[in-house]
Design a protein around this ligand. Structure first.
Ligand code: SF4
Length: 340
């Protein structure tokens, strides 16, 4: 009978929190690390708008999640495993989870209220559990070498542990969960194959719009924006598809919403992200936005930000301009003048 790690490798499982890192490599690194103590963290902080799949697994398959974590505890000989869970999910699912983790090495850890979205970043999450200031640390070292209290730590998303449980019982068929949200008839969480295209997911979930639309995929704030002719791609990231009716949403409002998220969730540790998101938000709220300044800040953010939050800010905005607004008369000149 094949060993679990071999099965995970063969299944080509990748993380489902957004980074898509190969699960086998992470597990192998922590397993091979020489240390007196090792830890596991199941990341259930899910805080990006329109991403709901972790909550869906907690609702429908908590036993499989706990099974996956217990398998990891056994495989890497961990001293303890934490489920790092956001407040809303804690409120809803902690009673059920506490019943399932009796006599295991698993403990629930409620994400601190002040943690915000950034507490879900791996190194911030470690700081949160250790009781330190909740902000990302420079990597390396990676958590697999030096995580919780300096010990090798395996951090995976809820869906990854769920998948491991399926892999162990030979029930994994390379499916994943997708959150479909926004201007659609049947918003919700759907299960389709890993490589299903965005268009097929919308059709098969009966959510393909009958109006002009664009989508944001992979993350509800950090995801790329695509027009309706670009749907022959996989979703990636944390598996979300948000549908936007072109008629219903004014471009400035759409951009302002993303910037609200980034500005409010910036942990403030580094100046480019803290100041940059604030200034972008300020510019977009002007009567006559200074687009030259706006795009100059956007260009600088990926080069100067410390973590993925600051680096991601231009992703939705630039792709929105390139894939959707270039045909919009009001914005086409901005597009040309700023060489987007
Ligand atoms: S990029 Fe933003 S969220 Fe990330 S460390 Fe800097 S201030 Fe914090």
């Amino acid at each position: 009978m094949a060993k679990l790690l071999d099965k995970i490798k063969k299944a080509e499982l990748v993380g489902k929190g957004g980074a898509c890192f190969p699960t086998f490599s992470k597990w192998q690194a922590v397993k091979n690390a020489k240390a007196d103590k090792k830890y596991i963290v199941c990341n259930c902080s899910e805080g990006e708008p329109d991403v709901k799949k972790d909550g869906y697994i907690l609702e429908h398959f908590p036993e499989k999640l706990i099974d996956g974590i217990n398998l990891a505890v056994k495989e890497i000989k961990a001293d303890k495993a934490y489920i790092f869970i956001n407040e809303a999910y804690y409120k809803k699912y902690s009673t059920k989870l506490l019943g399932l983790i009796v006599d295991t090495k698993i403990e629930l850890f409620k994400k601190p209220h002040v943690g915000g979205y950034i507490a879900g970043e791996e190194s911030s999450l470690i700081n949160a559990i250790e009781g330190s200031r909740i902000e990302p640390n420079r990597k390396p070292p990676y958590p697999s070498d030096s995580g919780l209290w300096g010990a090798p730590t395996l951090i995976n998303n809820v869906e990854t542990f769920y998948d491991v449980s399926l892999i162990n019982s030979d029930a994994y068929n390379k499916n994943r969960f997708y959150t479909v949200a926004g201007d659609c008839v049947w918003p919700g969480v759907y299960e389709f194959s890993n490589d299903q295209t965005i268009g097929d997911i919308l059709v098969e979930s009966k959510n393909y719009p009958k109006f002009d639309f664009f989508v944001q995929v992979g993350g509800g704030a950090s995801g790329e924006v695509l027009n309706s002719n670009q749907l022959d791609r996989e979703v990636g990231g944390s598996g979300s598809i948000t549908v936007y009716s072109i008629e219903k949403h004014k471009p400035i409002d759409v951009i302002r919403n993303w910037l609200n998220f980034f500005m409010n969730e910036s942990c403030g540790q580094c100046t480019p992200c803290r100041e940059g998101t604030y200034r972008l938000h300020e510019i977009i709220n002007q009567n006559k936005p200074n687009w030259h300044m706006f795009f100059a800040i956007l260009e600088d953010l990926p080069e100067t930000s410390f973590c993925a939050l600051g680096i991601s800010v231009p992703v939705p905005i630039i792709s929105y301009f390139k894939n959707v607004l270039k045909d919009n008369q009001e914005f086409s000149s901005i597009f040309v003048e700023n060489n987007i």
